[in-house]
Design a protein around this ligand. Structure first.
Ligand SMILES: Nc1ncnc2c1ncn2[C@@H]1O[C@H](COP(=O)(O)OP(=O)(O)OP(=O)(O)O)[C@@H](O)[C@H]1O
Length: 298
């Protein structure tokens, strides 16, 4: 069952800015990634999900309620990390956590404490003097601490160092395992690859593709880079009936259909080469390919 549903959502700011005819359907328990370049429309879409913006056209529904009209009721099911964090006028991280816990009528801070420990956050610090990463960690704790069934995360790892980013990914995996529905925008492709089931790409306010991560990662073909021992071997190899491109005098890139791998290796064994490496399919590769106008290969 779709828990988040956008139908034909348009917010037109003029000059081709905004979001246009957005259709998205996110199932309960699904982790859904949302990627796009700066200004593509990620935050505008997310602000519609949160009921902060009313669409000019179309509908946004969360658990079948209207995200704009029923925003107050919907809020109780959502843990949210905004793209730009603005803290209220409170002194320390703890003050903010307690203030938000009061608003959420959350008595039990045990999960908040677990997250604080995992993210190595010191909430006793003065919020105004916190680094970007510390502020982000505080926002993560507050968004997750009430165990809301739906998590809406706008660039959640902004400002986190690689170690903390890895910890965050693990936290999100744990949340997903608990059955949470997760909608997450990010510029970090690995983050989406590791946590999400599906990804939508948005460009100039329009959804250009929605794919499952497994489709992106496992393709029908494999790409290899071969470094031959000398030029002659590379030139000779190029005569083979194999989908290959010479990328230098001694190096070739080959595209192999999965069911012809044995044949390819048998041919290759008759050549002298120093190195063979497989190029893994990645979300980043697909993103650049589709964004630059190429067809998406399923
Ligand atoms: N209130 C507004 N008034 C006018 N234009 C706006 C407004 N809010 C957003 N826009 C425009 O809508 C487009 C989408 O912006 P949005 O912030 O959703 O992009 P984004 O994908 O989140 O970008 P980023 O990755 O930089 O955060 C941009 O062209 C932006 O300038």
């Amino acid at each position: 069952m779709a828990i988040i549903e956008l139908q034909n959502v348009t917010k037109d700011y003029g000059d081709r800015r905004g979001i246009f005819n957005i259709d998205l359907s996110i199932e309960s328990g699904e982790a859904f990634g949302f990627v796009g370049t700066n200004g593509a429309g990620k935050t505008t879409t997310i602000r519609h999900l949160m009921g902060f913006l009313k669409p000019h056209i179309g509908t946004v529904k969360i658990k079948n309620l209207d995200a704009w009209h029923d925003a107050a009721e919907i809020k109780q099911w959502i843990g949210y990390i905004p793209g730009e964090i603005a803290f209220p006028d409170v002194k320390t991280g703890w003050d903010f956590i307690h203030q938000q816990a009061d608003l959420l009528q959350l008595m039990d801070l045990s999960f908040a404490n677990e997250l604080i420990e995992r993210l190595q956050l010191d909430p006793s610090a003065n919020i105004k003097r916190m680094s970007k990463g510390m502020k982000q960690k505080t926002a993560i704790v507050v968004a997750l601490m009430a165990n809301a069934p739906i998590l809406i995360l706008d660039e959640p790892t902004t400002g986190l160092d690689p170690l903390m980013r890895a910890e965050f990914i693990q936290i999100i995996k744990d949340e997903k395992a608990k059955g949470k529905t997760i909608f997450m925008s990010s510029h970090m492709f690995e983050e989406i690859e590791e946590t999400c089931d599906k990804v939508a790409m948005i460009k100039e306010g329009k959804i250009i593709t929605i794919k499952s991560i497994s489709t992106i990662m496992s393709n029908d073909n494999q790409q290899f880079i071969i470094e031959f021992s000398n030029e002659q071997e590379c030139t000779r190899f190029m005569q083979e009936k194999i989908d290959s491109v010479a990328i230098s005098n001694t190096t070739a890139s080959v595209n192999i259909e999965n069911n012809t791998l044995n044949k390819f290796l048998a041919i290759l064994s008759t050549y002298q080469f120093d190195n063979l490496t497989e190029q893994k399919h990645t979300l980043q590769e697909q993103f650049y390919h589709i964004y630059s106008g190429g067809p998406s290969h399923d």
